[in-house]
Design a protein around this ligand. Sequence first.
Ligand SMILES: Nc1ncnc2c1ncn2[C@@H]1O[C@H](COP(=O)(O)OP(=O)(O)OP(=O)(O)O)[C@@H](O)[C@H]1O
Ligand SMILES: [Mg+2]
Length: 376
Amino acid sequence: MTTTLETQEAKRSHSDTRPLLLEVQDLKVEFNIRGGVVKAVDGLTFDVKRGQTMGIIGESGCGKSVTARAILRMIPKPGKITGGRILYYRRPRHPKPGEEDKVEVIDVTKLDPDGEVIRQIRGGEIAMIFQEPMSSLTPVYTAGTHINEAVTLHRLLPIKKLGEQMAEHIMAYRHVTKEEARAIAVEMLRRVGIPKPEQRVDSYPHQLSGGQRQRVMIAIALSTEPAMLIADEPTTALDVSIEAQILDLMRDLQRTTNMAIMFITHNLGVIASMADEIVVMYMGKQVERAKVVDLFYNPKHPYTKALLQSVPRLGPKTGQRLASIEGMVPDPLNLPTGCVFHPRCPAFMAGKCDKIVPRWTQVGENHWVRCLLYEE
Ligand SMILES: Nc1ncnc2c1ncn2[C@@H]1O[C@H](COP(=O)(O)OP(=O)(O)OP(=O)(O)O)[C@@H](O)[C@H]1O
Ligand SMILES: [Mg+2]
């Protein structure tokens, strides 16, 4: 379960020198269903640094949500992680003096999905905003109860003492009181733009609009001050001004708490403004990964190019959503041979792309692509 830190962090040649938080290595997730095996995630590799925003884009069904759920060990049955590792570089959430730099590396794929360790991590250290807000709110709990529960379970408050130089030193931690938890709940609801938060804190999910439920979920996720937020289409149901407010809030928390964000969306405008790096997925496979500027100005994979070109120039919000690109998405039970994108690819090379599975190839600093065009 726990490995030594070794020199993995030191070995990286990335320009981004922030410490590692999450390292996904060759992750594979399969659904064994009637009719065959769906390879929902097939060989995904990326890492997330502390304070970094990693974006994941790709058409519907490419494996974005399954990836997010794998990190928290919440893959629905009959899904299974069948390969790879998910290393979480865990730091004490409430470090005692001298513990600030302590790092424990946990392979999340080896944890018991119902066990103590993942339950501490889930929600508190890695929080998630789900794509379907209703399914993750409990109907009999008010908005406030949801937030109270998360905060009471995962957040401690420092007990500070004045030290020799009169600077504050953290001596110990204590649990949040009921009143403090309620105050945090009201404040979080205010920050996500819920009107009259002092009253709304006592509302049940069915008394809230779809957009408000989405914002309550965001408030729950952010209330624990997680080391990483996984945001799966977090602002889809929201109007443009609320969306802007939520994105500002995320950036703000990122600045003040150094939170990392894994941001999943169809909205290229949002991803361009939020992400440092982007992973592009197609049919469970990672086809390209690059820094956001390189991906937008110098895309390499024909699929990425098609995605970027497919942006219709319409309204301010709908206009930035991914339109469908040429050709049919293949049947996940019957994937094409060679490169899975070849039947739709404008750069298709007969006899090559339908035969050879492309390798993960480096094409620039921190820029990787899976396409035969870039293999010598
Ligand atoms: N519970 C399940 N049972 C069987 N197959 C599933 C299940 N959940 C997901 N899959 C399959 O896994 C693949 C990836 O699904 P996933 O939900 O990750 O897509 P996505 O990229 O999040 O799509 P969207 O943009 O629509 O949210 C799909 O082929 C899907 O059919
Ligand atoms: Mg999804």
